[in-house]
Write a protein that binds this ligand. Structure first.
Ligand code: IMP
Ligand code: MG
Length: 174
C-alpha cells in the first residue's frame, strides 16, 4: 500500500486567508493585547504565520492535548500532555487550532481555560470539518470549512509525518 497526497488548498490560498484573518483580528482587538495559545503540534505553523499578520502586541504560549492515537480515528479520550507556562487570568486569550474535527479536544481545553478567568476567550481555527462534530464548540474565526476527508500538511500530520508540506492535501491510499 502506498500513499499519495492530492492538493486541496494551495500554500498561496492559505497565506491569503491568513492575511484576511489577521486583519479581522487586528480590527476586533483594537487597544488590546492578545495572548495567543497554540494547540501543539498541528497549530504551530498556523500560529506563527497568523501572529505575523496581527498588527497588535501579542504574546505566545503553548498547550498540548491529544485525542488521537496512531492513525486517523479519534480515541474519544482527551489528555492534556503539556500545560501553559503563564497564567491567563485577565488576559485576552485567542486559542489557535489547526483543525476542529469531532470537537472533543477543543471542548475540554476551552472548559479548562475558562476556569482560569481570562478577560476574554476566543477560538481561531485554520480548518473546520463540521460533518464530524460530536461536541459543539464556538468557532470565532475560521480559515476554511472542509469536507470529511483526512488531510495533512501545513502542520497537520499522519502518524507525525507530512507536517512540513507547505499546502494542505488529502491522503489517498492506493
Ligand atoms: P477533534 O478533537 O476530533 O476535534 O480533533 C482534534 C485534533 O485531531 C486536531 O486538532 C488535529 O490535530 C487532529 N485532526 C483532526 N482531523 C485531522 C485531519 O484530517 N488530519 C490531521 N489531523 C487531524
Ligand atoms: Mg490540533
Amino acid at each position: 500500500m502506498s500513499i499519495k497526497i492530492r492538493e486541496m488548498i494551495s500554500h498561496d490560498t492559505i497565506m491569503k486567508r491568513i492575511r484576511e484573518l489577521g486583519e479581522q483580528i487586528t480590527a476586533d482587538y483594537q487597544g488590546k493585547e492578545i495572548r495567543m495559545i497554540c494547540v501543539l503540534k498541528g497549530g504551530v505553523f498556523f500560529m506563527c504565520d497568523l501572529a505575523r499578520e496581527i498588527r497588535l502586541p501579542v504574546s505566545l504560549d503553548f498547550m498540548s492535548a491529544s485525542s488521537y492515537g496512531a492513525g486517523t480515528e479519534s480515541s474519544g479520550v482527551v489528555n492534556i500532555t503539556k500545560d501553559l507556562d503563564e497564567s491567563i487570568t485577565g488576559r485576552h486569550v485567542l486559542v489557535v487550532e489547526d483543525i476542529i474535527d469531532s470537537g472533543r479536544t477543543l471542548a475540554l481545553l476551552l472548559e479548562v481555560l475558562k476556569d482560569r478567568d481570562p478577560a476574554s476567550l476566543r477560538l481561531c481555527t485554520l480548518l473546520d470539518k463540521p460533518d464530524r462534530r460530536v461536541t459543539q464548540v464556538p468557532v470565532d474565526y475560521c480559515g476554511f470549512t472542509i469536507p470529511d476527508e483526512y488531510i495533512v500538511g501545513y502542520g497537520l500530520d499522519l502518524d507525525q509525518k507530512y507536517r512540513n508540506i507547505p499546502y494542505i492535501g488529502i491522503v489517498e491510499e492506493d
